[in-house]
Ligand binder design. Structure first.
Ligand code: DQA
Length: 151
């Protein structure tokens, strides 16, 4: 069974209390439970992580690239939080690692402030998911399963 890395960036550890009108009332632990169910449904193993630190996210993306090359990883679901809109380094890491990655946002970033409309990640992502709330994580895992085990 292949692994899916679900990687969460800055401030996503605050889910549940952070701007609930935008991000909902559920916590990151709830997101992890939902991802676990989605992975089980699709015969995948979950590796779920969160970091507020750009370099830690980059290390995880590079590690994922090596795991995918070795045949043990199906891909990555990345919610890079605000780094989406600022980080050339994360974009370079995704490109350099050659990893299959789905960009995810809980909110519809295009319906929000103009500075959230640009993503450094979209050009190097396989697909983009935004605006489905935390259910987007399960949809992204299903999409990754479809990409790697079609049919
Ligand atoms: C987010 C959207 C980003 O603009 C924001 O900085 C976040 C969360 C989302 O999941 O909707 O931290 O990625």
């Amino acid at each position: 069974m292949k692994t899916v890395l679900v990687l969460n960036g800055p401030n996503l550890n605050l889910l549940g209390t952070r701007e609930p009108a935008v991000y909902g009332a559920q916590t990151l632990a709830d997101v992890e439970a939902l991802c676990l169910t989605a992975c089980a449904t699709h015969g995948l193993v979950l590796d779920f992580r969160q970091s507020n630190h750009e370099g830690v996210l980059i290390d995880a993306i590079q590690e994922a690239g090596r795991a995918q090359a070795a045949g043990t990883l199906a891909g990555v679901v990345l919610n890079a939080g605000a780094y989406t809109h600022t980080s050339v380094a994360i974009m370079d890491a995704i490109k350099g690692a050659g990893v299959t990655l789905i960009e995810l946002h809980i909110s519809n970033v295009h319906a929000r402030e103009a500075f959230r409309h640009h993503s450094y990640i979209s050009p190097v992502a396989k697909a983009v998911m935004a605006g489905f709330g935390i259910k987007g994580y399960a949809l992204a895992i299903a999409g990754l399963a479809e990409l790697t085990q079609p049919g």
